[in-house]
Write a protein that binds this ligand. Structure first.
Ligand SMILES: Nc1ncnc2c1ncn2[C@@H]1O[C@H](COP(=O)(O)OP(=O)(O)O)[C@@H](O)[C@H]1O
Ligand SMILES: [Mg+2]
Length: 347
């Protein structure tokens, strides 16, 4: 098994924490593990994990430089390699690395090229979900090169979405570049911040309600965890809340009725399929109990796996241990690979 971590996105550090935790949890008697860190320049480095890897808070990105073809050259029939891409954000969770793995013809955990790209890009995801009839907050997508930045354009958006909006880069995660903004001057600053990360941004109406999540596993048949709830420590669930001070409260299982859980599962499955997610996904909702009900916020195809992350915690609360979760992800990767390989051989 090859664990890929680090990466060229703003979530490089988060990925290293995730990788340290996953590596410590993998059953080394069942799997041979190679750890490859991708540095900020995109170089792949083979890291030799020490015996006491569980004592590392984050996996270093260090070691001999290797090229991707070299890594996968010896993945043959007698020892099947499965890649676990633990890369968050652009150049990792967005279909780019998945494309490389497709070319190398190696099985890998999680969504494929299209699913990764669609779920990562908030503008493309929202358009696809709206075509599939999945309820969401009202939104606008803005493309920087085509954006006038006129006062009229901004006031028009605020007129449609309300005075207080969320502004986000389309391709990012971990709340990086996300702001809550009120009024046109504030929105202008928020857009500038979002455009630091991507030339596409989305603006959304502010939802006043609960923040709920479901962990999903599967390719065709889907399994759902018990729901989780996030009570942000700051004004919203921002980067520090997620990884630095951990002030957010995580409630697992969330207090919901059976019919509410059933509704969440129904919408999660609909969204997961519409966005072509495979393997795993953490499906995030904003919930207006006395309004429109569950509104889909996003699906993360490579959710955080740190000790305080929701995805593994929700599975643990459902009865699926961390090592069993990894086993299941590997089985799903192989299942998808076999199905796809069968199609490739038809011509
Ligand atoms: N439309 C919205 N209304 C209210 N809160 C929101 C809205 N969109 C995002 N948030 C808050 O901001 C956080 C980060 O936004 P999110 O879309 O999940 O970005 P990321 O992909 O970076 O996690 C959410 O967890 C939530 O706390
Ligand atoms: Mg989020």
């Amino acid at each position: 098994m090859v664990v890929l971590y680090g990466g060229q996105s703003a979530e490089h550090e988060v990925s290293r924490v995730t990788a340290a935790h996953v590596l410590a949890a993998i059953d080394r008697s069942r799997y041979t593990v190679e750890a490859i860190g991708i540095d900020r320049d995109g170089q792949w480095r083979l890291f030799e994990p020490p015996a006491d890897v569980e004592s590392l808070p984050a996996l270093p990105v260090a070691g001999t430089i290797v090229s991707p073809p070299e890594v996968f050259a010896d993945s043959n029939a007698d020892q099947l390699t499965v890649v676990l891409p633990l890369l968050h954000g652009p150049m990792g969770e967005d279909g780019t690395v998945q494309g490389l793995l497709e070319l190398a013809n190696v099985p890998y955990v999680g969504a494929g090229v299209l699913g990764s790209a669609l779920a990562m890009d908030k503008a493309a995801a929202k358009a696809t979900l709206s075509a599939a009839g999945v309820p969401q907050a009202r939104w606008r997508a803005i493309h920087e090169p085509a954006w006038s930045g006129d006062e009229d354009a901004i006031t028009g958006i605020l007129h449609d979405l309300g005075e207080t909006v969320f502004v986000k880069p389309a391709n990012m995660g971990s709340s990086v570049g996300v702001s809550k903004a009120t009024g046109s001057a504030d929105v202008r600053v928020a857009l500038k911040e979002a455009f630091r990360y991507d030339e596409w941004a989305v603006v959304e109406e502010t939802i006043v309600g609960r923040e709920l999540e479901l962990a999903v596993l599967g390719n065709v048949e889907l399994e759902f965890s018990v729901p989780g709830e996030i009570v942000p420590g700051a004004e919203f669930y921002d980067y520090d809340d997620k990884y630095v001070d951990g002030a957010a409260k995580l409630i697992i299982p969330a207090e919901l009725s059976r019919s509410e859980v059933a509704e969440m599962e129904r919408l999660a499955a609909q969204a997961y399929r519409a966005l072509r997610v495979e393997g795993m996904g953490r499906v995030d909702f904003l919930y207006e109990p006395n309004g429109r009900g569950f509104l889909l916020n996003e699906i993360n195809t490579i959710p955080g796996f740190t000790p305080i992350s929701m995805y593994p915690k929700m599975w643990e609360a459902t009865g699926l241990s961390y090592p069993r979760l990894i086993d299941t992800l590997i089985e799903l990767a192989l299942d998808r690979h076999h199905r796809r390989s069968a199609k490739r051989q038809l011509d």
